[in-house]
Design a protein around this ligand. Structure first.
Ligand code: PLP
Length: 391
């Protein structure tokens, strides 16, 4: 029987992630240095793991409130208030989710009517456009440029805007570029959102990993809290990718709408992950600082080396990604990534996996050990010197 005919049309036409095929090749190879996957090489700090073990020992094995443990929601409000200058109420303005991934999904499902237009800056996280498509919305990419250090500009936003745009998805610092916006740039974006009546979904997952300039959340700018959903999680800064835990904060009616989708799909996030997240927020700050210092050192090293090698690379002000241009090799980003993998066993991700205007760039995740980064750069240098050879 041909079961394909049962699959929904919008899923049939949904492209597969550009990263997937590539990493199927990587998985079959030995001794590859992977700068491909976007996750910390650090294991979750011990005190956080211990809190989860202790929760299990105490028999915490049940469902929680759909919104999440109240102690965790209180800690989230305190943390967001202290670090981002935005005050939320634990009852009604916070929802604990299964990672930022779920928060993005349920935010879009709660807000998008078929045909609504959703803007996002591009290159962007691989799930944004497909998540919009899955809600029968229409994605409106807004290009960001290396010349602007991949900051989103209000001018680019205005040029891409069209009637029917309802939401703007922001991710600052950005995966895959590490680009972010200054307070001034963010102010201009905020004014544009007010003028065009756009609601903002702000994905702040890399915000603690801002190396200079300090992070500003758009939710903290005048008039923006009421038109922003603040999404955050534990995967990156706390090295907790496998725990699948995150949260959304925002105006009560929006959180209530997301809660409806969440309660019929997820019910609640896993209780032990919630217990671990609580410990992370209350006692995790030193660990975050230590890891950020390591990423900072690694960033400075890889960006310097890429530029020496001729792969022009802007300075990513946040995240753990470098996004160098491969133009000097004369190869496109896919051929560069495949050639480098085959010739030197170093995995990076072609820029077009993050949208069409990632063309000519590759993403290199520097959440790998310093020693691995040194060796990876030696191999990349050899590959480039050989003329991107073995083509
Ligand atoms: N948002 C961005 C920008 C990401 O880069 C990622 C993961 O790479 C996610 C969200 C997903 O995060 P989580 O592990 O919290 O679902």
């Amino acid at each position: 029987m041909d079961t394909n005919r049962f699959i929904a049309r919008h899923v049939v036409t949904l492209p597969k992630s550009g990263i997937r095929d590539f990493f199927e090749i990587v998985a079959k190879m030995k001794d590859v240095i992977s700068l491909g996957i976007g996750e910390p090489d650090f294991i979750t700090p011990w005190h956080i793991r211990e809190a989860a073990i202790y929760a299990l020992e105490k028999g915490k094995t049940h469902y929680t409130s759909n919104l999440g443990l109240i102690e965790l929601r209180r800690a989230i409000c305190k943390y967001v208030g202290q670090h981002y200058g935005v005050e939320y109420q634990p009852e009604g303005e916070v929802l604990v989710t299964v990672g930022v991934s779920e928060a993005i999904d349920i935010a879009l499902r709660a807000l998008v009517n078929p045909g609504d237009k959703v803007m996002f800056h591009q290159p962007c996280y691989v799930s944004y456009h497909p998540s919009v498509t899955l809600t029968h919305g229409l994605g409106v990419p807004v290009p960001t440029q290396a010349a602007d250090n991949f900051a989103l500009t209000a001018a680019a936003l205005a040029a891409a805007w069209q009637p029917g745009c309802k939401l703007l998805m922001l991710n600052l610092p950005c995966n895959p570029t590490g680009g972010t916006c200054s307070r001034g740039q963010l102010g201009q974006i905020a004014r544009f959102c007010v003028e065009k009546d756009l609601l903002v979904i702000s994905d702040e997952i890399y915000s603690e990993l801002t190396f200079e300039g300090g992070h500003v959340s758009i939710a903290s700018l005048p008039g923006m809290q009421e038109r922003t959903l603040f999404l955050h999680g534990f995967s990156k800064a706390f090295a907790m990718t496998g725990w699948r835990i995150g949260y959304a904060c925002g105006p009560a009616p929006l959180i209530e709408a997301m809660m409806k989708v969440h309660q019929y799909s997820m019910m609640c996030a896993a209780i032990i992950s919630q217990e671990a997240a609580l410990e992370a927020l209350v006692h995790g700050e030193d660990g975050v600082k230590r890891m950020r210092e390591q990423y900072h050192r690694r960033r400075d090293f890889v960006v310097r080396r890429f530029n020496e090698i001729g792969l022009t690379c802007h300075l990513p002000r946040g995240s753990f990604y470098a996004f160098p241009s491969v133009a000097v090799t004369g190869l496109n980003d896919k051929d560069f990534a495949l050639g480098l993998l085959q010739a030197e066993k170093v995995a990076v991700v072609p820029g077009t996996a993050f949208g069409a205007n990632g063309a000519g760039f590759v993403r290199a995740c520097f959440a790998a050990s310093y020693e691995q980064l040194v060796e990876a750069c030696t191999r990349i240098s050899r590959f480039v010197e050989a003329g991107g050879a073995k083509r």
